[in-house]
Write a protein that binds this ligand. Structure first.
Ligand SMILES: [Zn+2]
Ligand SMILES: [Zn+2]
Length: 369
């Protein structure tokens, strides 16, 4: 049997108090007996804890019903109310008093989702364009098998940290000058392990190397994030696992550049090919195609080769390859080549150069006026 005071009595309430009555009484009493207002007063601290514990039980409909039915000893074989270890303690009271701002908004035993793990995966231009199967290795914190994640030897449960009473924080000073720092005894977790598991040294977690098999879909692009649901770190208190996020980093290509599903290629051609027309051997991502350019092809001219671009991600269509012609003016000519070009020029009437002719005509008009 417990020698504790009745929870209703602690809050100064009757058994038929409403949820609102409990909340109001708790807020008022918790403020009055707050340890910051009574430094060095052990009895105030004890009273503050008592109020908090009473509220923990009475503000929870399930726990209140159990308390009403079984009294302070709790349901049979449950070790009594104060033995649950599940009542939030100081963090809860601070949240309720101060509106839950800041980091400590979650109850310690609330389910918490595991952390996401982000991996950067470098792939070649072609792998992104056509898809590929990849194996990626990564490190992940997992629950320790030896202690089943409790951190205690032989799976024993952790206990509330005596230094911080489970808050994970140590408060110093009084009144309005209160400083809060992370508890060094428990590292902020609010719990300590009496006899630590030797495998995980009490953390309950071990780092494991894992391999994820990942298929890059064709048409994937640089910076794209692929989510592998539930492959992140394990959740706590039955919370869901985090996700594994794979961020693609696509390496640049020597020749091609892409924008969405369109592939771009800049292709240098000779002045003779440009002037006479030519059948060009155009490289694609997977081979070569022939493309005929007409006589008089200009520098910067674009032509399009259908269906030689990038596959649409999760779709059936495929983009085009757009080729930009770059007419290269030859350098380091031999004397013979120079002679031939002079002869070519002498044989020119001027009409061969549309742009130049138009320009010269305009200059002529300007000075004749
Ligand atoms: Zn602590
Ligand atoms: Zn362990």
């Amino acid at each position: 049997m417990s020698n504790k005071r009745d929870y209703y009595e602690v809050l100064g309430l009757q058994k038929n108090a409403t949820a609102d009555d409990i909340k109001k009484a708790y807020r008022r009493l918790a403020k009055e007996s707050h340890p910051d207002l009574h430094p060095n007063d052990k009895s105030a601290e004890a009273r503050f804890k008592e109020i908090n514990e009473a509220n923990e039980v009475l503000s929870d409909p399930q726990k209140r019903a159990a308390y009403d039915q079984f009294g302070m000893d709790g349901p049979p074989n449950m070790g009594g109310f104060s033995g649950f270890g599940g009542f939030g303690g100081f963090d809860t009271i601070f949240d309720q008093l101060f509106g839950g701002a800041g980091a400590r908004t979650q109850r310690r035993n609330a389910p918490m989702r595991g952390r996401d793990i982000q991996l950067n995966l470098r792939v070649s231009f072609e792998e992104a364009a056509f898809g590929a199967s990849k194996s990626v290795e990564f490190q992940r914190a997992e629950n320790c098998d030896t202690c089943r994640g409790t951190g205690g030897k032989d799976g024993s449960e952790p206990v509330t940290c005596a230094t911080c009473q489970g808050t994970g924080q140590v408060r110093a000073g009084g009144g309005f000058m209160v400083t809060v720092r992370t508890c060094t005894t428990c590292g902020g977790s609010g719990q300590t392990v009496k006899d630590p598991c030797t495998t995980c040294h009490g953390s309950g977690r071990v780092r494991r190397k894992r391999t994820a098999n990942f298929t890059i879909p064709q048409g994937a692009d640089d910076g794209q994030v692929f989510v592998m649901s539930g492959q992140g770190e394990p959740g706590q208190n039955k919370g869901p696992n985090g996700d594994l996020l794979i961020v693609l980093s696509v390496m640049p290509h020597k020749l091609f550049r892409r924008e969405g599903t369109t592939l771009y290629l800049e292709m240098p051609i000779s002045i003779t090919q440009a002037a006479l027309g030519a059948s060009l051997e155009v490289p694609t991502l997977k081979g070569k195609v022939n493309h005929r350019i007409p006589e008089g092809t200009q520098d910067g001219a674009l032509f399009r080769i259908r269906g030689e671009g990038i596959h649409q991600l999760h779709g059936s269509s495929r983009g085009d390859l757009v080729v930009r012609v770059k007419v290269e003016i030859p350098k380091k000519l031999s004397e013979k080549q120079k002679q031939l070009l002079r002869e070519f020029d002498e044989a020119s009437s001027g009409k061969e150069y549309e742009g130049r002719k138009g320009f010269l005509d305009k200059v002529k008009e300007l000075f004749q006026a």
